[in-house]
Design a protein around this ligand. Structure first.
Ligand SMILES: *Cc1c(COP(=O)(O)O)cnc(C)c1O
Length: 385
């Protein structure tokens, strides 16, 4: 299917990007496990020269991902971090980036430990109020990097408001849409220039692939990002591309269930005597609930909790007491996971910075899977007890 502009999300998830294989009619795009392509004469080929640059399985996946984000172009990378890295490679020494103060730990590490030493300056600010941008934008500002919902405190950043300011000032605006997935939120429609995904999470959906992607409507940005991919070489493999193509066919079904389970679990946790605080953007009292309602179709299955007992020993004990939730980094897979950000996903952020952003030692993050919610509630009940 090539014209998927006017069809609905679930149909797109199943059909976008994939055509029956022209030689056999295979309904699934084959895994083109090859590094090179035979040329008829020097420079005469079928559009494929060397597989770092182009691979048919990857091409099909990129078309599908672009369609899901209502974008024209997609470049897939070997990880989400590699996709972020490619965006940063568009910058030069002296350029400045404005980003949020609650970020995925690996993004923070890439910014501060790799790119600061190449002379890029980063401002980590409260982006939940987009007007804060005005205090930091100057003639060197090249990039606004917004992750929303944020990880792990589930702040919501108003993508339209940030994009509007970015556009006025000629700054590129990137949205990390990993937590929402394209099912819940489409940043390009809200004015963002680039959408970044850790495909590892909801898009892959089965905890069996590490991959990243960038999607844009700008031919110019696409050309530059593709140039980085081909020059720096963080390309995903064909087998992984196939797994993600398969994964996204059920994205809409999985997301429906993640959202359904997420809502029930968030309500359950909110009334639990051992819990101090629940971060979930679906609560009307969540400080950014109105923006979440405006820019997201539902509220997802990511929930963070702060335990009343502040000790790290108790937090570890709870984290290790689950039978169905698995203690692991990552999120967005069919199975429920529990994570201790302070020592796991966010360990690369200094304690002081972390705690300023609310990532305290007694915070746990849940990625609610698609199991039967009664079993998940029972597991939470016994682990918290
Ligand atoms: C996991 C994650 C990343 C990094 O992606 P990888 O695929 O692990 O390299 C970036 N942003 C967010 C929000 C993430 O959750």
């Amino acid at each position: 299917m090539s014209n998927y502009k006017n069809i609905k999300f679930g149909t797109k998830a199943i059909h976008a990007g994939v055509q029956p294989d022209p030689t056999t009619g295979a309904i699934m795009t084959p895994i083109y496990q090859t590094s090179t392509y035979v040329q008829e004469a020097p420079g005469v080929n079928k559009g494929f020269g060397y597989a770092r640059g182009k691979n048919p399985t990857r091409e099909a996946l990129q078309d599908a991902l672009a369609a899901l984000e209502n974008g024209k172009h997609c470049v897939a990378f070997s990880s989400g971090v590699a996709a972020t890295d490619a965006v940063l490679k568009l910058l030069s020494p002296g350029d400045e980036v404005i980003t949020g103060d609650d970020l995925y730990g690996g993004t923070y590490r890439l910014f501060t430990k790799i790119y600061e030493k190449f002379g890029i300056k980063f401002h980590f600010i409260d982006l939940t109020d987009a007007s804060n941008l005005h205090n930091y934008i100057n003639e060197n500002t090249r990039l606004i990097w917004a992750e929303t919902p944020t990880n792990p405190t589930m702040q919501i950043i108003d993508i339209s408001a940030c994009a509007k300011i970015a556009k006025e000032k000629g700054i590129v605006m990137v949205a990390d849409n990993t937590f929402a997935s394209p099912y819940l939120q489409n940043p390009l429609d809200l004015g963002a220039d680039i959408v970044m995904h850790s495909v590892t999470k909801y898009l892959g959906g089965h905890s069996d692939v590490v991959m990243g992607a960038l999607i844009t409507n700008s031919a110019e940005l696409h050309e530059k990002l593709y140039f980085v991919l081909n020059s720096s070489g963080a390309n995903p493999g064909p087998m992984d591309s196939f797994l993600v193509l398969r994964g996204i066919k059920t994205l809409h079904l999985r997301m429906e269930r993640h959202c359904y389970n997420g809502r029930i679990i968030a309500e359950f946790l909110k009334n639990h005597p051992k819990i101090e605080k629940v971060y979930w953007p679906g609560f009307p009292e969540h400080p950014n609930h109105e923006i979440a309602k405006k820019q997201m179709r539902d509220f997802g299955g990511m929930i963070s909790i702060v335990l009343k007992d502040k000790s790290i020993e108790n937090t570890f004990k709870v984290a290790s007491s689950f039978e169905i939730f698995s203690l692991a980094e990552s999120l967005g897979g069919v199975e429920s996971l529990i994570n201790h950000p302070a020592t796991m996903t966010h360990a690369s952020i200094p304690k002081e910075e972390r705690e300023k952003a609310g990532v305290v030692d007694n915070l746990l993050r849940l990625s609610v899977g698609v199991e039967d919610v009664e079993d998940l509630i029972a597991d939470l009940e016994q682990a918290l007890a």
